[in-house]
Structure formats: structure tokens, C-alpha cells
Design a binder for this molecule. Structure first.
Ligand SMILES: *[C@@H]1O[C@H](CO)[C@@H](O)[C@H](O)[C@H]1NC(C)=O
Ligand SMILES: *[C@@H]1O[C@H](CO)[C@@H](O)[C@H](O)[C@H]1NC(C)=O
Length: 540
């Protein structure tokens, strides 16, 4: 009897230990075994639906289009009545097939200020397409097959302070243009960007350049190892004094690393150039410049372990190098509501491209910018190699999908085409009760500089002073880069205690569209490192 109790008891202790351990290093859950396609491109919409798509030229997916949509497929493509885009509703996990008419392969996108997904380029029939998707219950894609002036494949997009989107580069395109097209003559022009020619090497290790809107309104562009600050209005390089990123590593496709603009702290205006908040870029991983060629020949070189931080607003910018606990190529970097950065997906060896990655990195790594600390998280069971994606969703979890390093849908390859979608819960979701925003009193439409008050309920008594409010832009993720990813830590005026558990934070909306381009953001209250659920709000 006693022995039996002892076993039960130690099993209990053991499982508590296991739970305790996963609580501090996150946890994984399968959300959908199959969404029917492979999530190669992913965007969260302000109605908590996620738009995903792969490509139209690599065979039948596992989800059919409604019959009437099938007949609309453009005649120059083979008749394929399977869908290559879906909408995943996070509220009920339902998947709805959507119709893309032209090839979306290796394209780019942005959420427009009105919440419409504006997506551009691709391959073949889709190389000049601009597609739009309006969030509504039964909406579908619309396409303008001549929406871009030139073909763009592997380009990067950035939403601008004026609400338009700049589309930068693409294979063989050393230039940029703006979408959506209006009647402005400048919309129908292509502007030269020689930097993209200068940073190209033998294998074009500068595709999907990293683009980040700096706090002064100029565009920071990083490609391969080099960066510039660029005035896209006057077609002028503003700064070219950024040092080459050390490490002997190429950081862009196909030596794919990743990049984020670290949280912009709006309460501390201490920039050395003008009264704008400092902006710091953080780039991790990638591979040696010859990794792609070497992988094609069958030798899979170790990916980079190095990361670098560059204060792009500094008078004398210098890379501060750091080292991840694991090598990573084709990893994604995501800003979490707390301001920490999650490194997720990818491989330890090889490069981006079909069949060229080896040794999947199953463990995400949590990076704390304040302490430069890297923490290893619980591993996933699913390799997420080339053509995988990850995005932050409103509840604070990370949605992970895709992976298809194959030239078609293949479910028996070494790294099969993945149709599943998982969620990773960062440690903050098991660290205690979450603050709860009072939605009834939350203003969801705000203007620049406006004072805003956010009420929240907290079960914790202590640490009321340790509160922040963050705004996160929903990004377009593909090929390890989250376009338009951005976080602001709002300037707080005061935190008022109203009742024992109810507090109101008086803070200020971002000052200008240079700091936060107009559009939808997720707003979080973070208390002692634990975020609330995100609430959608719109700034204009
Ligand atoms: C999938 O990959 C395996 C292994 O390379 C190959 O034998 C098989 O023919 C492929 N199937 C398809 C449908 O391409
Ligand atoms: C504030 O929260 C952070 C987590 O973000 C924690 O590390 C720190 O100890 C907290 N400070 C206080 C004074 O509670």
C-alpha cells in the first residue's frame, strides 16, 4: 500500500516538476493538423483571422476551392481547383479556402492603414500582381495583375508614414516603387536604388532586404552585410556610415538570417540626432556567403551563431555583437508584447532554397534586449525549415506554420511539406494571472499625441509601478522576415489606483506617423513581465 502511494506521490511530484519546467521555458500545442496549404506567407488581420498562402505552381494542395471559383483560374495556369490561400479564423479555428489567380510564390505584403492586406509580386503570372484582401466574413482576394510597374520576386515591403507602401527590390530589380497606385505620377515610376546592386554577390545574398522605418521617417535598409539610411522621397542616401556587420556572414536570402527593429521607447527621448526616440536594429543568424553553393554540392555548412545590434540613430553607430546558444539560418525573429525577442524556426546547417537545409532547430530562443540574455525554450516536434512562418497573435501566443523545402507538395521527403499549424506559448503565459484590459472603457480609435487612459484589472497587488503599455504592429511574415514588424513602448504619465484591483494608466499615443505609421496595432498592458491579451486599436 505504502509503496503504491509513494509511486503515485513521486509521479505527482515528477509531473509538477515537468509542468514547472515547461512553465518557465514555454510550451507547444498543435492548433490544426492541416490547413490544406503550407503557410509560406502569413498575415494576421484586425478581425483575428489569419491569411496564409503558398504558391500556385507546385501542384494540388489539400484543400479544394468552391466549384464556382475554380473556373475563374487564369487560362495560362494548369487547371488546379485546389486553393493556395486560406483564411484561418483564430476564434473558431475554421479554415476557409481563398482564391489567388496568379502565382504568389516568394512575394511580399503589408497591412494598409484601413486594415486591408495589400500584397505584391510573386512569380510567373503573378510577378507584377498587387492583390488585396479586405477583412470581412466572406471576402476573397482581388487582383490587379499589372499593379506593379516591374516584376518583383523576393522584394520587401514597408508601410510608410503617409500610409503608402514602399516595395523594395526583388530579383534583378535594383529599385523601388510605391503601392497602391493612385493618380500621382510618382506612383508609376520606378526609382533607382544602386545599394541593391552594390550588395549583390555571386548568389544574390541580398534578396528580401531587411527594411525598417526609422524614427526620423527615413528607411533603414540592410542587405547582405551592409546598410544605409534612405530618404525614399528624394531618392537620396542619408547615411552610409554604418559599419559592415561583422562575422563574415551573409544575412539575407539565401543565407537567410532575420531582423527586427527593437521596441521604440517613447518615454525616453535621448537620441543623439534630433528629438526622436532612438531606433536600434537587431539582426541574428544567417550563413557564410558560400553556404548556398556549398549546400547544392552536398556540403551543409554550419549556420551563423552571431547576432548584432546597431543603434541606427546614433552619431557613431557601431555593431554590438552577441552570440546565440544555437546556430540558426532561416529563423524568424518576433517581437513579443513584453519587448523580448523570440527566435524560432530554421536550421543549424545549410541555406534557404529547395532541399538545402539540414538539422532543424526545434528550440525557440528567447532574447531579452535589456540584459542581452538568451534563453533556450521547449522544442517543437515539427521541423520548420525553408518556407515556414511565425507571427504573434492577439492572445500573446505565437502562431507557427509552413515549412516546405521541396519543389512540390511532398509528404515523404526528409523534410516533408508541412500543412500543420502550431502555437508556441512563451513563458509569460504560465507565470501567473494576466492583467486584463477594461475593454468597455478602451478607446480603440486614437490620434497621434493623444492622451489615452487604459483601465486594467490585476489580481496581483504588488508591482503596480512595474507596468508598461506596448503597441505591436501585425506583420507580414515570409522567408524569415516580418515586414512592418514594430513595437512602441508608450510614454506613461501616471498609473492611478482606482480600487484594490483596478488601475488606470494615463499614457500618450505615439507622437507622429514616423514613429507609428497609421493603421491597426495590438495594444498590451504588461505588468511584471506578464502581458494582457492584445486589444486591437487604430491610429490615424
Ligand atoms: C517525394 O520525395 C520522395 C523522396 O525524394 C520521392 O521518392 C517521391 O517521388 C516524391 N514524391 C513526389 C510526389 O514528388
Ligand atoms: C518588473 O518586471 C520585470 C519583468 O519584466 C522583472 O524582471 C522585474 O523584477 C520587475 N521589477 C519589480 C520592481 O517588480
Amino acid at each position: 500500500m505504502e509503496a503504491k502511494y509513494a509511486i503515485v506521490f513521486s509521479a505527482l511530484i515528477f509531473s509538477l516538476f515537468i509542468i514547472g519546467e515547461t512553465a518557465t521555458t514555454g510550451s507547444w500545442k498543435l492548433l490544426k493538423k492541416s490547413i490544406g496549404i503550407s503557410a509560406m506567407h502569413t498575415q494576421l488581420l484586425p478581425n483575428d483571422r489569419v491569411i496564409m498562402f503558398d504558391r500556385t505552381d507546385f501542384g494540388q494542395s489539400k484543400i479544394l476551392l468552391p466549384e464556382e471559383s475554380c473556373t475563374d483560374i487564369s487560362p495560362d495556369d494548369k487547371i488546379d481547383c485546389s486553393a493556395h490561400s486560406v483564411e484561418l479564423n483564430l476564434l473558431d479555428r475554421k479554415v476557409r479556402p481563398l482564391t489567388v489567380f496568379t502565382d504568389t510564390w516568394c512575394s511580399s505584403g503589408s497591412l494598409a492603414p484601413d486594415g486591408m492586406l495589400l500584397q505584391s509580386g510573386g512569380s510567373g503570372t503573378g510577378q507584377r500582381a498587387v492583390r488585396t484582401f479586405r477583412p470581412c466574413a466572406n471576402c476573397d482576394w482581388t487582383e490587379d495583375q499589372k499593379g506593379l510597374v516591374v516584376p518583383r520576386w523576393y522584394a520587401s515591403n514597408q508601410i510608410l508614414p503617409n500610409g503608402k507602401v514602399i516595395v523594395v527590390g526583388g530579383r534583378g530589380q535594383f529599385n523601388y516603387e510605391f503601392i497602391p497606385k493612385s493618380s500621382l505620377p510618382s506612383d508609376f515610376k520606378v526609382f533607382a536604388l544602386p545599394f541593391l546592386r552594390e550588395t549583390r554577390d555571386a548568389v544574390e545574398n541580398n534578396l528580401y532586404p531587411f527594411t525598417h522605418l526609422s524614427t526620423d521617417g527615413n528607411l533603414f535598409i540592410f542587405a547582405n552585410t551592409k546598410s544605409i539610411l534612405f530618404d525614399y522621397i528624394n531618392n537620396r542616401v542619408v547615411r552610409n556610415d554604418y559599419p559592415v556587420m561583422p562575422g563574415g556572414v551573409s544575412r539575407n536570402y539565401p543565407s537567410t538570417g532575420s531582423s527586427v527593429l527593437l521596441p521604440l521607447k517613447l518615454g525616453s527621448i535621448n537620441s543623439t540626432i534630433g528629438a526622436v526616440p532612438d531606433a536600434e536594429v537587431f539582426i541574428c543568424g544567417g550563413a557564410t556567403p558560400n553556404s548556398y553553393i556549398s549546400a547544392i554540392k552536398g556540403t551543409f555548412l554550419p549556420a551563423a551563431k552571431s547576432c548584432g545590434r546597431l543603434m541606427i540613430t546614433a552619431k557613431e553607430p557601431k555593431w554590438v555583437m552577441e552570440e546565440m546558444p544555437i546556430e540558426r539560418v532561416m529563423g524568424d525573429m518576433l517581437l513579443l508584447p513584453t519587448g523580448d525577442v523570440l527566435l524560432i524556426n530554421g536550421a543549424k546547417k545549410g541555406a534557404a532554397g529547395w532541399y538545402l537545409g539540414r538539422e532543424p532547430v526545434l528550440n525557440p530562443v528567447l532574447y531579452k534586449p535589456e540584459s542581452s540574455n538568451f534563453e533556450l525554450m521547449q522544442p517543437s516536434k515539427t521541423p520548420r525549415m525553408y518556407h515556414s512562418t511565425a507571427i504573434l497573435i492577439a492572445d500573446g501566443r505565437v502562431l507557427v506554420g509552413g515549412s516546405n523545402p521541396n519543389s512540390n507538395y511532398n509528404f515523404t521527403e526528409m523534410f516533408p511539406t508541412e500543412l500543420s499549424v502550431e502555437v508556441f506559448s512563451p513563458p509569460y503565459l504560465s507565470s501567473g494571472p494576466r492583467p486584463k484590459i477594461n475593454l468597455a472603457k478602451l478607446k480603440t480609435e486614437i490620434s497621434y499625441k493623444e492622451p489615452i487612459s487604459i483601465g486594467f484589472v490585476s489580481k496581483k497587488k504588488e508591482g503596480i509601478e512595474n507596468v508598461s503599455v506596448t503597441m505591436v504592429a501585425p506583420s507580414f511574415n515570409t522567408h524569415s522576415f516580418s515586414m512592418n514588424q514594430r513595437m512602441m513602448v508608450l510614454k506613461i504619465n501616471q498609473v492611478r489606483q482606482v480600487t484594490r484591483n483596478y488601475h488606470v494608466i494615463d499614457c500618450f499615443a505615439p507622437e507622429t506617423p514616423n514613429i507609428a505609421p497609421p493603421g491597426h496595432y495590438l495594444l498590451f498592458v504588461v505588468q511584471n513581465g506578464i502581458p494582457s491579451r492584445g486589444s486591437w486599436m487604430h491610429i490615424s
